[in-house]
Design a protein around this ligand. Sequence first.
Ligand code: APR
Length: 227
Amino acid sequence: MMKIVVLSGAGVSAESGIKTFRDGNGLWENHDIMEVASTEAFKRNPALVLDFYNQRRRQLQTVEPNSAHIALAELEKHHDVTIITQNVDDLHERAGSTDVIHLHGELLKARSTVDENLILEWKDDLNIGDCCDNNHQLRPHIVWFGEMVPMIEVASEIIEDADAIIIVGTSMQVYPAAGIIQYAKANAQVYFIDPNPSINPTKRISVYAEKASTGVPKVVEKLASMS
Ligand code: APR
């Protein structure tokens, strides 16, 4: 039984129909980050920000996990797997993964604008006037640009114990998430899956320059055969 840590990004959900952020026609090509994903934006125009996440929340409930999500859940039959995801969708959990850490929040949750620990399950649209029991406006439970990433220390500690690391569908451009790799053990084997890989193969890093739906099952099969 190995300790396997997965670091996933938007690319793992791309084949489920959820847009990535920085690819052609990605979310950030069609929306200004500072208009929809920052604390200032929410102060300036909360309706615009809420609408942006309402659209994404509605869409999330129309898509399904893909073969990459399912293969990672299957890997739990062979090894001790933790998924550290930058994604705010629930596709890893819906595929059956039981140990998932969301670094950037969760779309199907809302939280108080006053007490950040007051977090509610939230599946419907979130609108101005939707308040917590203490009568404070609710906001999406998402980590916006410029905000702290509360789970980063927990994630860094978990990656320190990894025997193998699977990195899938992330451009590795957003910190501190992209930086947690530095906490990995020197002999931990890394499997990097991305059709446009941003890193080169080394003795320790195997690069699968392909989509998650084909690359992840290959890596899972390889690791499963090691159990
Ligand atoms: N399979 C695997 N990888 C894919 C696929 C696919 N089918 N399609 C695209 N990719 C890759 C792209 O090549 C790219 O490297 O997924 C990556 C997506 O990168 P980004 O859009 O930058 O997404 P991500 O790295 O998850 O963004 C990090 O930035 O915008 C913020 O908070 C947001 O969590 C997000 C963070």
